[in-house]
Design a protein around this ligand. Sequence first.
Ligand code: SAM
Length: 289
Amino acid sequence: DTNNTSKEADGISSVIPGWFSEISPMWPGEAHSLKVEKVLFQGKSDYQNVMVFQSSTYGKVLVLDGVIQLTERDECAYQEMITHLPLCSIPNPKKVLVIGGGDGGVLREVSRHSSVEQIDICEIDKMVVDVSKQYFPDVAVGYDDPRVKLHIGDGVAFLKAVPEGTYDAVIVDSSDPIGPAQELFEKPFFESVAKALRPGGVVCTQAESIWLHMHIIEDIVANCRQIFKGSVNYAWTTGPLVDFKHPVNPIDKDESCCKSKRPLKFYNSEIHSAAFCLPSFAKKVIESK
Ligand code: SAM
């Protein structure tokens, strides 16, 4: 009887007691479930429901409004790729802006780049920052870098106030386009990113899944091709004017300045280039825009 599942609160599903099921209108008819050892934190900020639980096989897990944001086991794939694809595609990045990314993982990766002098982050929800520092110290270690300046606020408003040509790179590590991140997927936001970037700068944004969200990806690619003068490319991980596909600023070797002193777990120059190889169904759509 399909009606016996009560309304899930934040994905704590009654379908399989003791499991967290990621049920969202972003992926109708499917759910990724993780066995819950213990719920470590549950709170409601001004923007979203925040939960942390200890899973049995993926370490600790951060959930916002019922959607998994990161797990200790596989966050490296996402944080390393969303950071090093752009930063290894331009020579000598100095000023970097992160939008979202409140867990600090992208900051940890940006801090590996010794050429970077200034790292601004604009995260709307202070509860995410505080919870990440408490429960995910290996991720939030990014905040320890003295080059980091945290701004608590809406990334849309922050970018509107940024002087033209300020940043070499903008990394949009946002949650999904339902809830506070909705405007981070819309054309006006990308227009403000283009204004904030210096000529030859690079932006990299979290752009959902080719399996689930080709309609969102189509719109982002079409908008970005209208707004940005240079190249626009889509890369994926299992978890841009710029020749994205061949890193000019290799990071594999440069581990010197990284605060966390932990070696890269996922990114390397080969996977950088390979990330732009897409399945035909996605390639056809993206190249047609
Ligand atoms: N890796 C995750 C993913 O792929 O979905 C995203 C991680 S990070 C936790 C996403 C962050 O974006 C959250 O902390 C959320 O509060 C933040 N966020 C959402 N909308 C925002 C906005 N308009 N301005 C700034 N930060 C925002």
